[in-house]
Design a protein around this ligand. Structure first.
Ligand SMILES: N[C@@H](CCC(=O)N[C@@H](CS)C(=O)NCC(=O)O)C(=O)O
Length: 203
């Protein structure tokens, strides 16, 4: 099993999931330049991470990879529990992190790719940051009185954690969202999270 990633990017979610599974895998750090070059484009046509190679079966798109890992390793309970309700809740928050939160961060990280005018770039980035805050407020409310997004720890928690690292990098202030802060601390203390960060050369 081989995971292609960029340090600290959304591929860190899959890296954490592989650490939770605890079976041997290889982490391949793809350089920024290599992303859009032929060898990696053959693996991931969008030139984006994450990409997974499982004995020659290649898969892209974060949710597909995470679901693949979860289905292949049911004992790791990557979808927050055994019940249909728990698994559906995990999928709900996974979708929210991938399709809503991450997508909005793409406007912050990629403002210069989307707009030529620098004033418009700043406006887009500021408005997207506010939108991200609104989405975090929904999660903060959901986390009241609970440790994880679903019944038990799931890949959705790993996705939320990775986006919260971006919030700190982009100075999106969520200091008033105490349930989110507690979730971040809980994840930061997880040995699998520490191991994935160390392997990516991150703190
Ligand atoms: N829809 C894709 C998005 C993946 C994505 O945006 N990956 C980012 C890292 S977080 C990336 O590789 N960006 C490099 C680029 O697009 O140039 C997925 O869910 O896997």
């Amino acid at each position: 099993m081989k995971l292609y990633g960029l340090p600290g990017a959304c591929s860190l979610v899959d890296h954490i999931a592989l650490q939770w599974i605890g079976k041997p895998f290889e982490y391949v750090a793809v350089g920024r330049d290599a992303l859009k070059q032929a060898p990696f484009l053959a693996v991931s046509p969008m030139g984006a991470v994450p990409a997974l190679d499982d004995a020659g079966f290649t898969l892209t798109q974060n949710c597909a990879i995470l679901e693949y890992l979860a289905e292949k390793n049911p004992e790791a309970k990557l979808l927050g529990g055994d019940s249909l309700k728990a698994r559906s809740e995990a999928r709900r928050w996974l979708a929210f992190c991938n399709s809503d939160i991450h997508k909005t961060y793409s406007m912050i990280f990629g403002a210069a790719r989307l707009l030529n005018d620098t004033t418009a770039q700043t406006e887009l980035s500021n408005n997207a940051s506010q939108r991200v805050r609104d989405m975090y407020a929904i999660i903060d409310k959901h986390l009241a009185g609970r440790e994880w997004l679903s019944d038990g720890r799931s890949v959705a928690d790993a996705y939320l954690y990775v986006t919260l690292r971006w919030a700190s990098a982009k100075k999106i202030d969520i200091s008033d969202m105490l349930n989110l802060q507690a979730h971040f601390k809980r994840m930061s203390a997880d040995p699998a999270v520490k191991a994935a960060l160390a392997a990516e050369g991150m703190k």
